[in-house]
Write a protein that binds this ligand. Structure first.
Ligand code: HSE
Length: 437
């Protein structure tokens, strides 16, 4: 029986999960792969830290090069995260002709194009199912099972932490901070949780998914529109609910004649849609394509063993393809490298969505007329309007407006004029509405 020799860089939440899954399910994995997947060494920063049961079965080292440069390692699994030193280690492993499995979405989103080129030059594989949506096999589904389709769009909840926070705020009436603390304790959040709540983690994942969907090189992350969930209040969640919507942290990729639209932002979604019911830390990705139609890919998007499950799946794929000629392997982004096309990114100003607007307005005659006049001047049509008075004649009242589909440029200009009205107090909270047609 052949043994595939694996070296792990990092033994945090996902590293430990990978060891646990490979150890517990060794028999089943071997029956499936026809070889054994064996962890030979694990590189960690701090050798004195306790590693529980793993200590007796795994050799730990604080020298990553004893894995990256070793002749007795076939696959390097990078589970450190972040750009440095992970980038250096992965480059060196690929240059050494080693195959790499990684869960590092930031590394791929930022340096993926050059890493794929390096891997190709070294006839090495780089596999990254665990980088997007934890345990959901979305990359495999899109790259392999949907090979006969033209993808039209992809809309996903691809950050478990922000979904966990918004779901908890609604269901438990908890504050943003309480939910974030819980997500961190459960190991869902990134080392720097601002990556989760500011949409950066989702941006990295969308960059990867967008390229796999449309066969483009990875787009520069700076050119993709990205908003976090930090401005969503409990009031917004409640008003949205009254109007028939749930607020979800979305990542959207759409193909149109103008090019490719990529954006990350929270959005109101009709409560009846499947994605509106993807709750807690769960992720869901809805892909619309010409042959299958719509498919929904749902599962645990974060956490130790769900993510480890994707790492092990990649280890199995790489082990099977190691003996194949590089030409017969599945291409990194699902399209042949020389067939990638550089579709232009549609500027966010040219995108269209319906909108939820919440403003605090002075409670006097004619104020709503001033507000609706400005929207009308920009050609923005109102779908519904809600004013929340308690009957006590308060001086300021919240007004909630749902607009019909509007060009981003127009809504931005209208918001500026609305906020300049003396009868509108403070900033207007605007959240997009995603129709999910
Ligand atoms: N912090 C990420 C999330 C983990 O919450 O989805 C998986 O990438």
């Amino acid at each position: 029986m052949t043994a595939v020799r694996i070296g792990l860089l990092g033994f945090g939440t996902v590293g430990h999960g990978t060891w646990a899954v490979l150890t517990r399910n060794a028999g089943e994995i071997t029956r499936r792969c026809g070889c054994s997947l064996e962890i030979r060494r694990v590189a960690v920063k701090n050798l004195s830290k306790s590693r529980g049961d793993a200590t007796s079965t795994v050799q730990f080292t604080d020298d990553p090069y004893s894995i990256i440069d070793a002749s007795d390692i076939d696959i390097v699994v990078e589970l450190i995260g972040g750009l440095d030193p992970a980038h250096e280690y992965v480059k060196r492993a690929l240059s050494n002709g080693k195959h790499v499995v990684t869960a590092n979405k930031e590394l791929l989103a930022v340096h993926g194009n050059s890493l794929f080129q390096l891997a190709q030059e070294s006839a090495a594989m780089i596999a990254f199912e665990a980088s997007v949506c934890g345990g959901i096999p979305i990359i495999k589904a899109m790259r392999e099972s949907m090979v006969g389709n033209q993808v039209h769009s992809l809309v996903g909840i691809i950050n478990g932490t922000s979904n966990y926070i918004l779901t908890g705020m609604k269901q438990k009436q908890c504050s943003f901070q309480e939910m974030l603390d819980e997500a961190q304790k459960l190991g869902y959040a990134e080392a720097d949780p601002t990556f989760d709540v500011e949409g950066i983690d989702a941006l990295h994942k969308l960059t990867i998914l967008g390229s796999i969907a449309f066969g483009t090189p990875l787009q520069s992350t700076e050119s993709i529109h990205c908003e976090g969930i930090g401005t969503i209040t409990y009031d917004d969640i409640t008003y949205a609910d009254e109007l028939g919507f749930t607020i979800k942290p979305l990542a959207v990729a759409k193909r149109s004649e103008a090019g490719v639209e990529l954006r990350v932002h929270p959005a109101l979604v009709s409560k009846h849609k499947l994605l509106a019911n993807v709750n807690g830390v769960m992720n869901g990705v809805m892909v619309s394509s010409d042959a299958i139609g719509r498919t929904l890919h749902y599962g645990a998007g974060a956490g130790s063993e769900p993510t480890a499950s994707a790492v092990v799946a990649d280890l199995a794929d790489v082990s099977r393809a190691m003996s194949c000629s590089p030409d017969s392997r599945v291409p990194f982004l699902g399209f042949q490298t020389d067939a990638l096309c550089d579709l232009s990114l549609v500027p966010v100003q040219m995108t269209e969505t319906a909108n939820y607007l919440r403003m605090n307005a002075v409670n006097r005659a004619g104020v709503l007329a001033e507000v609706t006049r400005i929207l009308g001047n920009f050609g923005i049509s109102i779908e519904s309007i809600l004013q929340k008075g308690s009957g006590l004649h308060e001086e300021i009242l919240p007004v909630i407006i749902i607009t019909q589909e509007t060009l981003e440029e127009k809504i931005q200009q209208a918001l500026k004029e609305l906020e300049a009205l003396p009868s509108v107090v403070g900033e207007i909270n605007r959240i997009r509405i995603e129709a999910l047609t």
